[in-house]
Structures are given as C-alpha cells and as structure tokens.
Write a protein that binds this ligand. Structure first.
Ligand SMILES: NC(=O)c1ccc[n+]([C@@H]2O[C@H](COP(=O)([O-])OP(=O)(O)OC[C@H]3O[C@@H](n4cnc5c(N)ncnc54)[C@H](OP(=O)(O)O)[C@@H]3O)[C@@H](O)[C@H]2O)c1
Length: 324
C-alpha cells in the first residue's frame, strides 16, 4: 500500500480506501462486510468511509460492529461520517442539513453507531442553501475543539463555497476544511481537474474521491446489459441506473466500450486501469473503493501496480477513448 497526505494536513491516508455506500446495511450481509473490512485492513487500507444517510444509519452500525469484532486498533485506521441528508425517512427540518443543531446531533449519532470516541474525518455531504456557511464552519470548529472530530471537509461543494468556508475559518482563527469528497473517474473529470485546480495550492485541499469505477460501469460489466445481481440491477436502483448509464444520447456506454477495448488491447483489467488512472492524479489523496464481494476488492487493489507501468501516451489514449 502507498500512503498519501490529506492535502497539506499531517494525516496519511492509504492511497486506496474503502467505502460503505449501497453495500453495508443493504446489498450485502454482515459476514461479507466483515470479510471486506478484514481484507482491506490486512492489505494496508487505513480509511473507511461512511455517512449518516447510508442505509439510514445501518451502514455505520455494521461498520462499527465489524471493526469492533475484528479488534482493529483505533490508531491503525481512520473512519468518517457525512452529515446533510439525515438518517431517517422523511427527515424533519432539524433532522437534516448543516445547521449547528443537526451537525452536532448527527456527529453524536455517528459516534455511537460507529462505536468510536471521535470521527477522523467528518464531511458536509452537500452544501445547504438554508444554513449560512459561517454557522457550519463554527459548528465544525467546535466539534474539533471538543475532540469529537479531527478533520472536517465538504462533499460536492463548489470551489466558491469551499473558498468561502476557508476564508471565514481563517478570519476567525477556526479550523478550515481540510478536504473535499468529489466524484472523480474517467467519465467525470471537470470539477477535480479544473474547478478545484486553484484550491490545492491556495488552501492545501486534499481530496477523497468517490466512484472511481462510476458505480462499476468502468469495469465493462454493463457493456452488454444490466445483470440483476449487480448494483445497477438492484431493485430500487432504477434512479442510479439512469444517473450512471444515462440515456442513449449521453453515450456513456459507448465511452466505456471504447475504454474496455483499449484495456483488452493492453491485456489489463478495466477495473484496475480505471482506478490506476485516478491514482495518477497527484491531487487525489485517496481513491475510495466500493465492493460487494472480497474478490472485487482484491482485484481492485492490483491498480497500485499499474500506475508506473505505462507512459503518458497510454494514459492519454484512455482519456481520448472516454472523452464525451
Ligand atoms: N460523497 C458522496 O456523495 C459519495 C457518493 C458515492 C459514493 N461515495 C463513497 O465512495 C465510495 C466508493 O464509491 P462507489 O462504491 O460508487 O465506487 P465504485 O468503485 O465506482 O463502484 C463500486 C461498485 O462497483 C462494482 N465493482 C467494484 N469492483 C468491481 C470489479 N473488480 N468487478 C466488477 N464489479 C466491481 C461493485 O458493485 P456490484 O458488484 O454491485 O455491481 C461495487 O460495489 C462509496 O462506498 C462511498 O463511501 C461518496
């Protein structure tokens, strides 16, 4: 495993990390979740990502339970939560968003579910148009001073919103956001590569990037249709299928087919190539993997060996193949 600093902070995260979205508390049972965390930790992964909204708190419960069961040393791993969407069906106004009230209460609930005394990373899962950024910045700083959170950050905030949060923090000598959690993969590049470009050096921003395989699309598993047992084939995931594959006009599947053709020519697994491409971006602090079975996770870890195998021309070929 390689380790990278989270932006300009002193926290070293494994270059590949592991998240619980859709799988924990939903698609997979506790014993597969336990196998996945064990395999991840044994292979040097030291960051496990979660959120209040994942399976309405169940994903955090399962993760906390298996980490306790595996007796992982608390100083050997980092765990996150994310606040915004709430952890109940039809949340009331105080059960969602980024008000001081919900940020505090969601943090306390996540600590209990994950069975830890502090969250290593705590994210604002989306911007909240109904809460002044200043209120959220003060709330995050208070949690850090109380020892309940170590690093706070954002997920899918605009560059302008991140800058504003940092400006407020610096003006009041508060803890500024250390990281952003954006989507980043061969099919979705603009925000990380262009919009955030000035923030890496100006703010020392780190990134924990999500969906490196675009929910599995970049493995090529959907090139010939959607199998029932795959993520996009799960009942209740029609919305996700629309989002990930898009309509015919979006030509996303064509872009993936071109990508998997290049991978086949190179004799590489598309999954490993797609993840290695993310790892090559120096502004990516950690690539967050998802998996519904341990064999997928073990395959994806092989991406670490590909980053130096090819020269720039080959990586550019992949970018051309997947271009819109
Ligand atoms: N901040 C946010 O808004 C946000 C949003 C989304 C995700 N996240 C975080 O990012 C993490 C990773 O995102 P993600 O789960 O979407 O990552 P991903 O790598 O794009 O997709 C993972 C899924 O792809 C399939 N897959 C993975 N490896 C495979 C392989 N080698 N062969 C075949 N299929 C494979 C599996 O689904 P199936 O086996 O079911 O097909 C797996 O669950 C999440 O767990 C979550 O922690 C954050």
């Amino acid at each position: 495993m390689q380790y990278r600093r989270l932006g300009s902070s002193g926290l070293q995260l494994s270059a590949l990390s592991f998240g619980a979205w859709v799988t924990f508390g939903g698609q997979i049972g506790r014993s597969e979740a336990r196998n996945l965390i064990a395999a991840a930790y044994d292979n040097g992964i030291n960051f496990f990502d979660n959120a209040e909204v994942y399976a309405k708190g169940e994903a955090e419960k399962v993760m906390g339970d298996v980490i306790a069961d595996l007796r992982l040393p608390r100083d050997g791993y980092c765990v996150s939560s994310k606040v915004f969407f709430g952890a109940v069906d039809d949340p009331r106004p105080t059960q969602r968003g980024l008000s001081r009230k919900h940020v505090f209460e969601a943090c306390h609930a996540a600590l209990q579910r994950l069975r830890v005394d502090h969250l290593d990373l705590y994210f604002c899962h989306r911007p909240d148009p109904d809460t002044p950024i200043e209120e959220t910045v003060w709330a995050m700083d208070a949690l850090i001073r109380q020892g309940k959170v170590l690093y706070w950050g954002t997920s899918e905030w605009s560059a302008a919103q991140i800058k504003e949060a940092s400006r407020i923090a610096r003006a009041h000598h508060l803890h500024a956001p250390s990281m952003e959690q954006p989507q980043y993969n061969l099919l979705h590049r603009t925000r990380v590569e262009l919009e955030y470009a000035p923030l890496y050096s100006e703010l020392g921003l780190g990134t924990t990037i999500w969906s490196p395989l675009a929910s599995g699309l970049l493995t090529g598993k959907y090139n010939e249709g959607v199998a029932a047992e795959s993520r996009l084939g799960q009942k209740d995931n029609a919305w996700l299928q629309r989002m990930v594959i898009g309509d015919e006009g979006s030509r996303r599947i064509d872009r993936v087919r071109r990508f998997t053709a290049v991978a086949a020519e190179l004799g590489e697994k598309p999954s490993q190539l797609a993840i290695a491409w993310c790892l090559r971006n120096p502004h990516v602090s950690t690539v967050m993997l998802g998996a519904s079975r341990t064999s997928q996770l073990l395959e994806n870890l092989g991406a670490l060996e590909l980053t130096d195998r090819y020269d720039e021309a080959v990586w550019t070929r992949l970018e051309v193949a997947t271009a819109e």
